[in-house]
Design a protein around this ligand. Structure first.
Ligand code: FEO
Length: 402
């Protein structure tokens, strides 16, 4: 999208698509890119809502100046200081010397730290309004969704919520910006992947934020990443409510770490058991070859998961260890967990998975299977049994699943 796009009355999208970054936060894969959505609202005064990541300077300014048409920019609303949205603050000030920076008390130290700015600031808090003349913006802090200074901006005139990371999703725009230009399947998976990797750790405060926003007459939600919502805003808020309460669909994820295929065979037997118990959504992942963000997304989506690892130098297989670390960083709740390990010259993997299970505080479904060398027929039957037992925990009824 090479031009600014009108998205509501006096409101333009001036964001960019990023198809060049391989890993978001140097961690999470971007097979379909990512967008940085920035906006401009033009009343008698003009306000930009967030900027974009630094390398997209030319494209951002081209669109911004196209909208301003020679007018000065009066305000920059800084909803979030992470550099994917705040990357061009210094450059914006250089172009618009009279610019004022709108943020809350937690924004200001970061504004100074990243950009050396501690003048021309407008300090706001929950409920503060900013009258642009024709549009009145109202601010609400949403601390830890995703950083302590995170806030959202509500245009009381149009009913647009500029939600920043909240309700955001991976995936660059392909064609239309809005939810009514694509199927739900097209945006929901990438929104959940974003939630599981970026926001999910803070699900308890997402619940606080949702309660805070419940009184606002929101007509559109314009996040800082991914699809813009105007067709069924209630549906999107409902998804966030569900994910942040750790509600999940029927189904299970089975992840294995295997060097020579023995632990993989155990994992396949667990999948068979899940299928035998009637579970239709079973997803098998190789921890060494699968992007962690996709595993985390599916663990957030389904009611249970099983981890199976070979032993590596008396410990967990490293890709499984890395996945466990990511899970402990996010602490998903209300999930059934199955664990199994294999070993040859030294035990270790199953003990490490037991420790993981204790730390993550999830209910462990038995049997906990441990296999020496190559799994016997009896060992594989134990794995099938584990799958069946897990299946009893993660099966229906599942009314929200189509
Ligand atoms: Fe999209 Fe927390 O930045």
């Amino acid at each position: 999208m090479h031009k600014a796009v009108p998205v509501n009355k006096d409101t333009w999208w001036v964001g960019v698509n990023d198809h060049e970054t391989d890993l978001f936060e140097s961690l999470w894969d971007l097979p379909q890119g990512v967008s940085y959505n920035a906006y401009v609202v033009t009343g008698e005064k003009t306000a930009a809502i967030d900027t974009v990541k630094g390398p997209w300077l030319d494209e951002y300014f081209h669109k911004l100046e196209e909208v301003l048409g020679g007018r000065p920019l009066d305000y920059l609303v800084v909803n979030h200081m992470e550099p994917d949205h705040a990357g061009l603050i210094s450059q914006l000030r250089a172009r618009h010397p009279g610019l004022k920076f709108v943020g809350n008390a937690k924004t200001m130290p970061l504004l100074k730290g990243y950009h050396g700015i501690d003048t021309d600031t407008v300090l706001v808090k929950d409920g503060t309004t900013l009258d642009l003349g024709g549009h009145v913006l109202q601010f609400a802090t949403v601390p830890m969704v995703h950083w302590p200074e995170s806030m959202v901006t509500f245009d009381t005139t149009t009913g647009v919520l500029f939600s920043n990371d909240s309700f955001g999703g991976y995936g660059a725009h392909e064609g239309g910006l809005f939810d009514d230009s694509k199927t739900r399947t097209r945006w929901e998976g990438e929104m959940l992947r974003y939630y599981a990797t970026i926001v999910g750790r803070y699900s308890n405060v997402v619940q606080v934020a949702l309660k805070k926003l419940a009184s606002l007459p929101i007509k559109n939600i314009f996040p800082a990443h991914g699809t813009l919502f105007r067709e069924d805003v209630g549906q999107v808020i409902g998804l966030y409510d569900r994910w942040s309460r750790y509600e999940a669909d029927c189904g299970a994820v089975v992840v294995y770490g295997s060097m020579y295929g023995n632990t993989r065979r155990m994992a396949e037997a667990v999948c068979s058991g899940l299928s035998d118990s009637g579970v239709k959504d079973v997803h098998l992942y190789d921890a060494a070859r699968s992007a962690p963000s996709h595993i985390l997304r599916d663990i957030w989506r389904y009611r249970g998961f099983a981890l199976l690892s070979c032993t590596y130098n008396t410990l967990l297989f490293p890709p499984m260890e890395a996945l466990c670390s990511k899970l402990l960083n996010r602490m998903p709740k209300n999930r059934a967990l199955g664990i199994a390990g294999s070993y040859s010259w030294s035990r270790g993997a199953l003990d490490a998975l037991r420790e993981f299970a204790r730390d993550i505080k999830l209910e462990v479904v038995g049997p906990e299977v441990e296999v020496f060398a190559s799994p016997t027929a009896e060992d594989l039957e134990q794995c099938v049994e584990l799958g069946k037992n897990l299946g009893r925990q993660v099966g229906g009824p599942c009314p929200l699943q189509s």
